[in-house]
Structure formats: structure tokens, C-alpha cells
Design a protein around this ligand. Structure first.
Ligand SMILES: N[C@@H](CCC(=O)N[C@@H](CS)C(=O)NCC(=O)O)C(=O)O
Length: 334
């Protein structure tokens, strides 16, 4: 969108001169009061945390939006933060609402046809990408933030009055959590996109090498410990989770990340199953949306837009991860 006007983008991709995919910066970056930013700074201004005040726009397909849904579920904030879900397929008009699609909803706040209208409500001259997730403030009538890594920090740290007490950013582990998030992002979370959207063989080769080196390292780490950092579930696990969930069904095939599947890694695969099975998390996982989105939205990568049948891993098979060092809080251990 440029100055509030929609411009159909040939593709949502930007590349540097070597053909490497570059993800655009997001633009709304306010913080809810009481949130804990890095490095360990508590936000003392900004809108107040409150139940019912904030609304989240998501796609079930999107790994970044899925982070926000996962944290909301793990903290039991479903009744405090409402959600609108876009149509999984992103056509040339950008994200749109179509409540006739299974799992999709209308825009509960404005009844818009397109997500870009919500961005325009916040800023009539908006210039930038129209992305999910979006965190909307119904009191100030604007977008608070559309960067998933910041939205999950706000949910995890500003809503203690309303949440179930689960601490996903425990004191003492914060530095390491941030380090793991920063390591996983370029190599794994964005690594699959760097592979899939590479415009040169070299860019693809670099991306998949980084990706599978990282998966191997984290598989080794997770064969010794139940969670990525310390002895509890943290934001670092959430950031890893949403990429692993999409890997075998989408990234392996569609983004050509096909050296291995997650089901080939004992520890990563058990870890992924455990995370899928945590209370509330199943409701955030919708593989139909995921597959519809990637295979049908990216015509340059998949020109016939066929959605493949498999491989259909069983995310609900037993995992036996509870034998490893690390514990779940009681509310999630049920
Ligand atoms: N840095 C953002 C990235 C969000 C993002 O790229 N979302 C994708 C969906 S997976 C999107 O909405 N893309 C539309 C576009 O770029 O035009 C975040 O983590 O929140």
C-alpha cells in the first residue's frame, strides 16, 4: 500500500543483488504499558493492558501470526483478546475476509472486505506491506503493533492481571531466550523463506545449508532437554514451534527444504508433537489454512496451485518428552 492506496504487488518479495530474500520491516511498533522489552526494560507509557480492549488479526496459515495465537492460548487469554481470521489464500488484493471459508471469520471490528481497510483505519496515508498479525487497540482506534516478536512479548509480560500465571519469559533465562530467538529467526524461521524465495542458486544453497545445520544443532540440544532454554517452556519454544509445524507439509516441498523432514529428527519431532498437544494449542493449528495459503497464494512457485495430499504427519501421536529434564507449569501439564 502506498499513501493509503492499494498497489497490487507482483509478488511480496524483495531481494538483494545476490538474489537473497529480504523481509520488509513492519511499521506499527507501539508497546502496551507494563510490557518487558529487551534488554529487560519495562515499558512505562503506552496503552494500558486490559481485558477486551485488544483485537488480534491473524491468518491461521502464517507462522508469525501463529506465534501470537500460541502465546494467547498458552496464557489462557482467549477471552481477553478477541480474534479475526482472514481467508487463507492471499490473492492480488492482499489478505481478505471471507467468513464462508472454514475457520475464517468476518472482520469483527469493522466488517471490512480486506485487511488493508483496517490499516487505512489506523493511518489513512499508510505506506507499507499489509501483513498479519496485527494487534488493534479498540480504545485508541489504531494498530498498536504488527510485529509478531513484539506482540508475543507484550502478551507474555503485560497481561499478568488476566493470564493463567504461566511465565514464558522467566527472569534469569531472558538473555538466553532472546539469544535463541535471534539465532532461530534467520536460520530457521526466515531460513525456510530464504530458501523458498531465493532468486539465485547460491542464495538457495546458503539458506538450506544454514537451515539444516541449525535443525541438526537444535535436534541435538532437544535430545538432552525438554525445552530450548532452561527447564521450562518459553517464548523461544513458541518461535521455533510455528515453523516446525509447517515444515513437512509445506516448506519441505513448496520451499524445497527437502534434505530432511522434521519427522526424520527424533528430538525435534517429539518436541513438535508435545507442543501441538499442549492445552489450547490444537485450536491454533489449522493445516488446511496453512496448505491452502502457501500452495495457492504463490503462483510463481506453484503455478498450477495444486495443494498436495501429504505427507500428513500425526501430530497427536504420543511423544514421551516428559522423561527429559524440564517441566510444564501445572496448568499446562493436565
Ligand atoms: N515481521 C512480521 C512478518 C509478518 C508477515 O510477513 N506476514 C505475512 C504472512 S506469513 C504477510 O502478511 N505477508 C503479506 C505481505 O507481505 O504483503 C512479523 O513477524 O509479524
Amino acid at each position: 500500500m502506498v499513501d493509503g492506496e492499494w498497489h497490487t504487488d507482483e509478488e511480496m518479495l524483495e531481494h538483494d543483488e545476490s538474489g537473497e530474500f529480504e523481509r520488509a520491516e513492519t511499521s506499527f511498533r507501539d508497546w502496551i504499558r507494563g510490557s518487558r522489552k529487551r534488554p529487560d526494560e519495562v515499558v512505562t507509557d503506552g496503552p494500558e493492558p486490559a481485558s477486551g480492549r485488544y483485537h488480534l488479526y491473524v491468518s491461521y496459515a502464517c507462522p508469525w501470526a501463529h506465534r501470537a495465537l500460541t502465546v494467547r492460548a498458552l496464557l489462557g487469554l482467549e477471552d481477553d483478546i478477541s480474534v479475526s481470521v482472514v481467508d487463507p489464500v492471499r490473492y492480488d488484493q492482499g489478505w481478505e475476509f471471507d467468513a464462508s471459508k472454514p475457520g475464517s471469520t468476518e472482520d469483527h471490528l469493522f466488517g471490512s472486505d480486506y485487511l488493508r481497510e483496517v490499516y487505512r483505519e489506523a493511518d489513512s496515508d499508510y505506506t507499507g506491506r499489509v501483513t498479519v498479525p496485527v494487534l488493534w487497540d479498540t480504545e485508541e482506534d489504531t494498530i498498536v503493533n504488527n510485529e509478531s516478536e513484539e506482540i508475543i512479548r507484550m502478551f507474555a509480560t503485560a497481561f499478568s492481571e488476566y493470564d493463567n500465571g504461566v511465565d514464558l519469559y522467566p527472569e534469569g533465562d531472558r538473555g538466553e531466550i532472546d539469544d535463541v530467538i535471534d539465532d532461530v529467526y534467520p536460520r530457521i524461521n526466515n531460513g525456510v523463506y530464504r530458501a523458498g524465495f531465493a532468486e539465485s542458486q547460491d542464495a538457495y544453497d546458503d539458506a538450506v545449508r544454514d537451515l539444516f545445520d541449525a535443525l541438526e544443532e537444535y535436534d541435538a540440544r532437544l535430545s538432552e532437554q525438554r525445552f530450548l532454554v532452561g527447564d521450562s517452556l518459553t517464548l523461544a519454544d513458541v518461535c521455533m514451534f510455528t515453523t516446525l509445524y509447517r515444515f513437512d507439509e509445506v516448506y519441505h516441498n513448496h520451499f524445497k527444504c527437502n534434505y530432511r523432514q522434521i519427522t526424520d529428527y527424533d528430538a525435534l519431532w517429539g518436541y513438535l508433537r508435545e507442543l501441538c498437544q499442549l492445552p489450547g494449542v490444537e485450536a491454533t493449528c489449522d493445516m488446511w489454512h496453512v496448505k491452502q495459503h502457501y500452495y495457492r497464494s504463490h503462483g510463481d512457485i506453484n503455478p498450477k496451485r495444486r495443494v498436495p495430499i501429504g505427507p500428513d504427519p500425526d501430530f497427536f501421536a504420543p511423544h514421551a518428552r516428559d522423561d527429559l529434564p524440564g517441566d510444564l507449569p501445572d496448568v499446562l501439564a493436565a
